[in-house]
Design a protein around this ligand. Structure first.
Ligand code: PLP
Length: 456
């Protein structure tokens, strides 16, 4: 494709890029500013999902661009087996200063899946270091997403994504996620439901033998599989106690829900628990550069120090200087501009707008979220909570109707009996104004209605 004369849309038979979707053309994005992206025809799209919950500062932020330019002028790349860099050290300091208690070190990678892979291997090597090499099982949750690389896919619980790769995946035990809308029984309180889930986890641990389990892996707030799945009160405290009782590590995946998205820097702050390892990515660099990280507890790092002294893992671009500079700038702007408080305040406004627009909508079964992280669960019938026939691909129709109407929302769907159903995720940049949020909800309502009408 000639980039100097970009068409507005690239047709599927006119591209050499191996796009994920091979049957559809895509608009060509040419610029981004604040809340909007613009394509080659000049059409603008209001970004209500930050791509995949990434663009926390919106697009083209001048200070982040300046920080990246300055870093590019100084130093772009120094391999981490030869050097550290000032900018990686500063970013790690900032992340540890603001991390949950006991976190002492940051392992930088280039994205979410890499962070999850590193955390899984860190957990395994930790037990080798402390003389418990028999621990070889991970327990994770159904209806979860931890990335698309093989380890991350193995702990992930999205049936549709795993299906064809199953023969390549390590054996992971999956337990139920916290999915109140569908799974809490009428005769139990939210707390009792949480206790039932913890009991299920406990049974899984007993079945495997507590001495054989390395870690329990969970998204603190579920994101990319079933809309936004928030935990009921007490659930994560129960999980933490159980892990402590058996010497099992708790790995919280905050790649999507972390770095301010839910209104606190880390979503686990709202659960009152501290994980042993925590993965972060998307909002860390806000999309300005690919970057992710694992935050590790001092005692985990200590075991490596006192043991072999080497984490047997690594990638070429760990702690990339420009990526660290971008992330450092993003995090400093968030701190300086008080954007976490803004996420809480605008989040409440978004919640109210969503309730107003969709509480009575026949195809919206549930509206759930925290901060600026919201999901709509779409149903064919509210009473029975029956999902649409997955062949209709309602979520994808909503996405394309929204794009036609100049709005980006993040769809997910598929499977159904193995669970997932149609969901729409909203994760607007923290800089969204109340007027932006009103516009987002209005355009989404119109897109949903057109998409449902298209299902016949
Ligand atoms: N973990 C969670 C919770 C995610 O939501 C994602 C991506 O959506 C990942 C891991 C994988 O991140 P990446 O796509 O950057 O590899």
């Amino acid at each position: 494709m000639n980039t100097l004369s970009s068409p507005a849309t690239v047709a599927q038979d006119a591209t050499h890029v191996f796009h994920r979707q091979l049957r559809h053309g895509l608009p060509v994005a040419v610029s981004g500013q604040g809340m909007t992206l613009t394509d080659a025809s000049g059409k603008t799209y209001l970004d209500a999902c930050g791509g995949a919950a990434v663009s926390c500062l919106g697009h083209g932020h001048p200070e982040v661009r300046a920080a990246m330019h300055a870093q590019i002028d100084r130093l772009t790349y120094a391999h981490t087996s030869f050097f550290t860099t000032g900018v990686a050290e500063e970013l790690a300091d900032l992340l540890i200063d603001t991390a949950p208690a006991g976190m002492s070190h940051v392992y930088f990678v280039s994205g979410g899946s890499e962070a999850v892979e590193a955390a899984l291997k860190m957990a395994r090597q930790y037990f080798v270091e402390i003389g418990q090499p028999q621990r070889r099982h991970f327990i994770a949750r159904r209806q979860s997403y931890h990335g698309n690389t093989l380890g991350a896919l193995a702990v992930g619980g999205n049936a549709w994504r795993r299906e064809q790769f199953q023969p390549l995946l390590i054996d992971v035990t999956h337990v139920a996620p916290c999915y109140e809308y569908r799974d809490r029984r009428a005769d139990e309180s939210a707390e009792q439901y949480g206790q039932r889930l913890v009991a299920e986890l406990s049974e899984a641990i007993e079945r495997l033998g507590p001495q054989n389990v390395m870690a329990f892996v969970a998204e603190t707030v579920g994101g990319a599989t079933a809309g936004v799945l928030t935990a009921v009160p007490g659930y994560f405290k129960g999980v933490r106690e159980l892990c402590d009782r058996h010497g099992i590590l708790l790995i919280l995946d905050e790649v999507m829900c972390g770095m301010g998205r839910t209104g606190t820097l880390h979503a686990c702050e709202q659960e009152g628990v501290v994980p042993d390892l925590m993965t972060i990515a998307k909002g860390l660099g806000g999309g300005y550069q690919p970057i992710g990280a694992v935050l590790a507890q001092g005692r985990v790092v200590g075991a490596f120090r006192q043991g072999s002294g080497l984490f047997q893992h690594g990638h070429t671009y760990l702690g990339h200087a420009v990526a660290c500079a971008a992330a450092l700038a993003v995090q400093r702007v968030i701190q300086r501009d008080g954007l976490l408080a803004q996420v809480r305040e605008r989040g409440a406004a978004l919640q109210a707008l969503l309730q107003q627009a969709f509480a009575g909508h026949p195809q919206v079964g549930d509206i759930r979220g925290r901060g600026l992280f919201w999901g709509l669960e779409l149903v064919a019938e509210r009473g029975s909570k029956r999902w649409f026939d997955p062949a209709l691909r309602l979520h994808a129709r909503v996405k394309s109707e929204a794009m036609a109407g100049g709005l980006m929302v993040y769809p997910m769907g598929g499977t159904v009996d193995g669970r997932c159903g149609d969901h729409i995720l909203l994760a607007p940049p923290f800089i969204a104004s109340e007027a932006d949020l009103g516009e987002i909800v209005e355009r989404l309502r119109a897109a949903l209605d057109r998409a449902v009408a298209g299902c016949g």
